[in-house]
Design a protein around this ligand. Structure first.
Ligand code: NAD
Length: 383
């Protein structure tokens, strides 16, 4: 067995998602375990943490026992020991940073959205292909246990003919005035690459297409529920992006579904994100971790509304939990394992950059529908 070291520049190492999911829950444990098994060998990530603020990057490096960190993007890209560039910094500067990384001959792995527009995403893809570089995008949500379970039901034909689906996502994100906001303020500026549709819809594309079916066309309403917010310094600003987006999606298999996403809603459902699929064979609802099912034969015959009296029915009692078999690895770590094996031993990759571009194409189609107030075909032909 050989240890195959691979150098990774981690950009945005101090960020919310970079420091937690990618470092603390994926790359750092992989190193602590002596590397990732790959064929007869083990892949050992060597990390160079990159950020803007010296003190903060140094603190993250210290917290994980890492010696190598920098605030100098140019110097990081110039170091031949690091052949992969990973971007988990704020969305806004992603295209410029990845363009430089590709020009420096680095394989790239990136958080979503891979670019603000599909055209920019395609330019990155073509540049990476032309340079013969490997390129991947984070598509973590399908590795959530709940979604793995509902995907398993779909693969096993449980739903029969799928007739519809419903994806519900969101919670209340405070405005930073009344109470601290749970999201960075750039999420609420168009100039910062913010907006719920651009931020969350890339996930909905691969979840729906992997589990339910390919989307043919969409119609979306995207609105701003909270027009004023305060940033990290308490400075108030006008929100110029959507924080509430509702989509009707028609799939190629004939199913029609809704996607309701909101950072201005209060949670009263099974989980922060739920996906319900209905079919002639049965229905199932998945949350982040759990999944409930009701087959055709278990479906109660609901007879009537009772306007006079609450009959006290517990409609959840007619569902049973589906345990299924799930891979329990952290979803972001699964992405890393697949990407590293892809780069080092040529294993197939699910979350390719092309898939990441299709995710953006979907978000773009929904945004266009909202601004032009009409149905829009999801054109995925180019990626
Ligand atoms: N896969 C997922 O589910 C998921 C979840 C959250 C965030 N993300 C993505 O990860 C990225 C980071 O999101 P986050 O919530 O961690 O944000 P964040 O603001 O917490 O972190 C962003 C990082 O980028 C750096 N940064 C911020 N503005 C910058 C600028 N103008 N120039 C250079 N660096 C800058 C910050 O220093 C920080 O290290 C976004 O692209 C977001 O879409 C993905």
């Amino acid at each position: 067995m050989a240890i195959r070291e691979i150098g990774i520049i981690v950009n945005g190492a101090t960020g919310r998602i970079g420091s937690t999911q990618h470092l603390a829950h994926a790359l750092v444990p992989m190193r602590a375990e002596g590397g990732l098994p790959a064929g007869d060998d083990r892949i050992m990530p060597r990390l160079l943490l990159l950020g803007r603020d010296r003190d903060r990057v140094a603190a993250v490096a210290r917290a994980h026992g890492m010696a190598e960190w920098t605030t100098d993007l140019g110097a990081a890209l110039a170091s031949p020991e690091f052949s992969i560039f990973f971007d988990a910094a704020a969305t806004k500067q992603r295209v410029a940073t990845l363009t430089k990384a590709i020009a420096a001959g680095k394989h790239i792995y990136t958080e979503k959205p891979v670019a603000p527009t599909a055209e920019q995403g395609l330019a990155l893809l073509h540049a990476a292909e032309k340079a013969g570089l490997k390129a991947g995008a984070v598509e973590d949500k399908v590795y959530l246990p709940g979604l793995q379970k509902i995907a398993q039901l779909a693969r096993n034909g449980f739903f029969g003919r799928i007739t519809g689906f419903r994806l519900d996502f969101g919670w209340w994100v405070f405005d930073g005035i009344e109470a601290p906001s749970q999201r960075p303020s750039w999420n609420y500026h168009s100039s910062g690459g913010g907006g719920l549709t651009l931020d969350m819809y890339p996930h909905w594309r691969y979840i729906i297409e992997d589990i339910v079916g390919r989307v043919r066309r969409v119609v979306t309403s995207a609105t701003t529920a909270l027009g004023e917010r305060a940033d990290e310094d308490g400075k108030r600003f006008a929100v110029d992006v959507d924080d509430r987006s509702i989509t009707l999606a028609e799939l190629e298999n004939g199913a029609v579904g809704t996607i309701i996403s909101s950072w201005a809603t209060r949670v009263r459902r099974d989980d922060l994100m739920t996906l319900q699929i209905d079919g002639t064979g049965g229905s199932a609802v998945a949350g982040l971790h759990r999944c409930w099912m009701q087959s055709r034969s278990e479906t109660p015959a609901v007879r009537h509304f009772n306007p006079d009296k609450d009959i006290g029915a517990d409609y959840r009692a007619d569902w049973r939990e589906f345990i299924g078999e799930v891979r329990k690895t952290n979803p972001y770590r699964v992405g890393w394992e697949e990407f590293l094996r892809h780069v080092v031993i040529g294993a197939p990759l699910r979350g390719t950059l092309a898939a990441g571009v299709r995710d953006v194409q979907f978000a773009e189609a929904c945004k266009r529908s909202a601004s032009e107030r009409k149905w829009v075909d999801v054109d995925e032909s180019s990626a």
